[in-house]
Design a protein around this ligand. Structure first.
Ligand code: ZN
Length: 493
């Protein structure tokens, strides 16, 4: 007789099939779609999404989950899957259809107004639509519920169990220590980085990027790379994980670090357990842990001298003219330049966290009722002055730069910083226990590092929470000290 648990697995895998099919459409939409075909595509994607959602939220599926929850004959891992699914199921039932519809209309409107505001470089055009989204998101937080802070309900959407109470001390460490470190670093002179921004042939860049992905251990038999306007990683299950990159003919850095960053995301997805296809345990832990993987590769590996010791001579061979007379040391200095910038996505890896802290503080104050949309521009500009010493020239350089709020995504930003902090702590642990890892990297062999990540992180899927995973691997909770040490080691020594 088939087990009741198998019915759950079949149902979850059918839902995953629909979601992954939808992901193929979304990938195609970014990579291949003909200029005038996107109207129909949105409709096709919405239909698939609603089919999957309908199956998952069906009350008969809920009854199955509740029945399994009480069963004693399931294993510990099976119980983990059921717990995750039941939590997601209960959550998905909280928002009424009417509310979801109302919010999706508000998002479309806000996104449209954000585009118009950007075009006119005028926040006033966006503010009223943003206020509607803020009001709806506050309502959403109340519907989901929270213990201490309404903002916690938003954080929970991207990082399970993350709370304002946990972020406060983390960002106060950032504020205290990072300001101190940044103060001691002389801003990088323009001429140090000038050679990066010259003409580099597109095809040569593309081919070099493929070689880097390959050396990281990205498996092209289970994935491929394409071009897209905004680089991203998407998975159709661990056996088909795609990455995209963008090649800027006048800036070598863009392709290199977006390729390595997305490669890091993709290695995580390719390493998830295939026997848990479609189930929570076959999925990544959280956005913060996902970002820890991309940033570990991008910053700790991809911006290190150890990595370039092997790759730089190869790069020099491809770009003889451009890199003539530039030593490995000069190259490494240029790729680790530190200069405050008004734009988050153009920021170096240290100042980056001030950008996140500013957004975090604003979001926190929105959800405690202290700030409304009309106040945000003034607060934004003041914080940039205080934390980064920058005068914001106009709204496009300031409050209009990110897409997140126009999508109603509040609570997303902190996961970027968490990713960097987890990355520093993980990389410290990996290399402290095993000096073979960096030795191998310097010879172009990233296998030992990848094996370590596979064993400690990837293969577990969602088996452990982010906090448990961090504790299991490093023996302590997330600690900003490791990022601080990494930063002082790299820039102050
Ligand atoms: Zn990322």
């Amino acid at each position: 007789m088939p087990r009741v648990y198998d019915r759950y697995v079949n149902e979850m895998q059918a839902i995953a099939d629909l979601n992954y099919a939808n992901a193929v459409l979304a990938w195609d939409n970014e990579v291949n779609i003909p200029a005038k075909a996107s109207g129909l595509r949105s409709r096709q994607m919405a239909s698939l999404a609603s089919l999957a959602h309908g199956k998952f939220t069906d009350s008969s599926f809920g009854a199955l989950l509740r029945r399994l929850e009480k069963m004693k004959s399931i294993s510990e891992l099976e119980r983990k899957n059921i717990e995750h699914s039941l939590k997601d199921y209960k959550k998905s039932k909280k928002l009424s259809k009417a509310f979801v519809f109302k919010k999706s209309l508000a998002v479309s409107k806000a996104f449209d107004h954000w585009l118009k505001a950007k075009k006119a470089n005028d926040y006033k055009i966006f503010a009223p639509a943003l206020q509607e989204l803020i009001d709806l998101s506050r309502e959403e937080a109340e519907i989901y519920g929270y213990k201490e802070h309404a903002y916690d309900a938003m954080l929970e959407l991207y990082e399970a169990d993350l709370t304002t109470a946990a972020l406060e001390p983390l960002f106060s460490d950032v504020k205290r220590d990072l300001i101190e470190i940044v103060k001691q670093i002389k801003p990088t002179k323009k001429k140090t980085t000038k050679f990066i921004k010259q003409k580099y042939n597109k095809d040569d860049q593309w081919n070099f990027g493929l070689g880097v992905l390959d050396s990281m251990g990205y498996d092209f038999d289970y994935g491929r790379q394409d071009l897209s306007a905004h680089p991203f990683t998407t998975s159709f299950g661990a056996e088909d994980v795609r990455v995209t990159t963008r090649v800027d003919e006048n800036d070598l850095a863009y392709m290199l670090w977006s390729t390595i960053h997305e490669g890091g995301h993709a290695l995580y997805e390719q390493g998830l357990p295939t026997d848990q296809y479609g189930l929570p345990l076959g999925s990544y832990v959280s956005l913060g842990i996902h970002e820890s993987q991309s940033r570990l590769w991008e910053n700790h590996v991809g911006r290190s001298k150890v990595f370039w010791k092997y790759h730089y001579p190869k790069l020099q061979k491809v770009f003889k003219k451009q890199l003539k007379g530039i030593s490995l040391k000069q190259f490494c200095r240029a790729i680790n330049a530190v200069t405050p910038s008004a734009i988050r996505t153009e920021s170096d890896e240290l100042h980056y966290h001030f950008h996140i802290m500013i957004r975090y503080e604003i979001e926190r104050d929105i959800f405690s009722g202290k700030l409304e949309a009309k106040d945000l521009k003034k607060v934004w500009n003041k914080k940039y002055k205080d934390y980064l010493g920058l005068t914001i020239k106009d709204d496009n350089q300031g409050i209009l730069q990110d897409i997140h709020w126009s999508h109603g995504s509040f609570g997303y930003f902190p996961t970027y910083s968490l990713g960097s902090f987890y990355a520093a702590q993980f990389y410290h642990t990996a290399t402290k226990k095993n000096n073979k890892i960096e030795k191998a990297i310097s010879r172009g062999n990233c296998k030992p590092l990848l094996n370590w990540l596979r064993k400690n992180i990837h293969q577990h899927g969602k088996r452990y929470s982010a906090a448990e995973l961090c504790f299991n691997i490093t023996g302590e909770p997330l600690n900003f000290k490791y990022f601080k040490d990494y930063a002082s080691q790299k820039w102050l020594k």
